[in-house]
Design a protein around this ligand. Structure first.
Ligand SMILES: Cc1cc2nc3c(=O)[nH]c(=O)nc-3n(C[C@H](O)[C@H](O)[C@H](O)COP(=O)(O)OP(=O)(O)OC[C@H]3O[C@@H](n4cnc5c(N)ncnc54)[C@H](O)[C@@H]3O)c2cc1C
Length: 403
């Protein structure tokens, strides 16, 4: 039983069903429509999807854009901080694919492999057996309450995970320094081209610009928790900041009447004391929230799902599944994945602090260390390779099945 139809939950459901295991997914929303989420599939993830025979149909069927570098711009110069072209021979780019397109595409394939996908089904409580092992869930569909027994419950219900809260596993904030205010505006044919993942430094923060094909996704970074001050200054200050670094936006943000028209992403970097309890495992953002710096929240969630599917598919195909094998698989996920997640989180805390300190000095360039390193020949490509999200190859029973 998988709770939560985000990237982690949908990929896990797909992989288990493809491997011949019985799996049910509960998603609280009626559909997969969502905006301003982690939409950036990394080169290592695309290679993994290619191993499954999915990457090429996905890129052929789902509208997307591609970015081969992350760049920082000021009015006087541009720094290429990360160059993804060395990160993969087959997919030397990040693919920007909205989750609203990616998730239904993958969920349809999970259904085709026999998975049950319940939309509009909201998890409400964990159920336990006489020995205290998690043995299923209670959930609601509208006003109706249902229960479902499960040999293992996977909490993939995101950063505010109800499954995690119900399990009593404590989450700790590691201290993010930034929040982001997102806005989308239609792209025009005469608009300039960028790398697709660009940051424009201002003396008081930065403006992110993501190329989403028909739309630009524009994001103002603000100091964590400073939304009330930003509101008090008014939306005009944000408009001016954006037009100051992107003059071609002049007149294009006039319909932005209020800060409330923007979507706030409170950036969080969160660690959870343990990812498992007997009969339960947490996955993706439910186990570890990371910052959008680096755009890897979705990629770590997908890598978690790939790893857990490899460990679970064998034990789940046995009738009945052996609880000890399932719990061992869940613990194996945490042992394997926690170090990579914590490495990424530590780097994010450092980068965010450096970026916040820069803003405090009224400096519009990247943090000093990045500025120096980006001038070292080959460093941006090295950074692209080093930051690669590695995904374990699928086990045979998953790999050999048809996509
Ligand atoms: C509002 C928001 C904005 C974000 N913006 C960005 C961004 O701009 N850039 C970036 O890189 N990353 C962003 N992220 C992070 C990125 O989207 C996540 O890292 C990634 O989606 C993690 O995938 P996941 O499957 O672990 O969790 P999620 O994508 O959060 O999926 C969790 C799923 O569980 C469902 N769910 C929740 N509660 C229940 C319940 N009780 N019962 C059943 N289902 C439930 C949710 O509807 C959702 O579909 C954002 C996340 C959020 C929540």
């Amino acid at each position: 039983m998988v709770v939560g139809g985000g990237p982690a939950g949908v990929l896990l459901t797909y992989l288990l069903a493809r491997g011949g295991a019985e799996v049910t997914l509960l998603e609280s929303r009626q559909d997969f429509a969502r905006r301003f989420r982690g939409d950036t599939l990394a080169p290592g993830v695309l290679e993994y999807l290619d191993t499954l025979g999915l990457a090429r149909p996905l890129l052929a069927e789902v509208p997307h854009t591609r970015s081969d570098a992350f760049r920082w711009h000021t009015p006087t110069r541009t720094w290429t901080l990360v160059d993804y072209r060395g990160a993969s021979r087959r997919f030397p780019f990040y693919a920007l694919i909205p989750q609203a397109e990616f998730l239904p595409w993958l969920a349809d394939r999970a259904r085709a492999h026999g998975a049950t996908v319940h939309m509009g089904a909201r998890f409400s409580a964990l159920r336990h057996d006489d020995e205290g092992r998690v043995s299923g869930v209670a959930y609601t569909v509208g006003a109706q309450r249902h229960v479902h027994d499960a040999s293992l419950v996977v909490g993939a219900d995101g950063r505010n995970s109800k499954v995690r809260t119900a399990s009593g596993l404590a989450a700790t904030e590691l201290g993010a320094s930034l929040d982001i205010l997102w806005h989308a505006l239609p792209r025009r044919p005469e608009d300039p081209s960028y790398s697709g993942l660009d940051l424009f430094g201002t003396p008081h923060g930065s403006v992110a610009l993501l190329d989403q094909g028909t739309d630009w996704q524009l994001g103002w970074t603000i100091r964590a928790g400073s939304l009330p001050e930003v509101r008090a200054r008014g939306v005009g200050a944000l408009r001016d900041a954006a037009v100051g670094v992107l003059p071609w936006l002049e007149g294009r943000l006039d319909d932005l009447a209020d800060v409330a028209d923007l979507t706030l992403l409170p950036v969080r970097i969160t660690t959870v004391e343990r990812w498992t309890r007997p009969g339960l495992v947490l996955l993706g953002d439910a186990a570890h929230v990371i910052s959008p710096v680096g755009g890897n929240g979705i990629n770590l969630a997908l890598a978690d799902a790939a790893d857990l599917a490899n460990r679970l598919v064998g034990p789940l195909r046995r009738t009945p599944p052996d609880p000890r094998q399932l719990d061992a698989a869940a613990e194996g996920l945490e042992t394997a994945r926690r170090p990579a997640v914590e490495r990424e989180q530590r780097a994010q805390v450092r980068t965010e602090r450096a970026a916040a300190a820069r803003t405090g000095r009224g400096d519009d360039g990247p943090p000093t260390a990045l500025r120096v390193l980006s001038r070292v020949p080959g460093f941006p490509r090295f950074a692209g390779r080093r930051g690669r999200v590695e995904v374990p190859a699928p086990v045979d029973v998953i790999a050999v099945a048809a996509p």
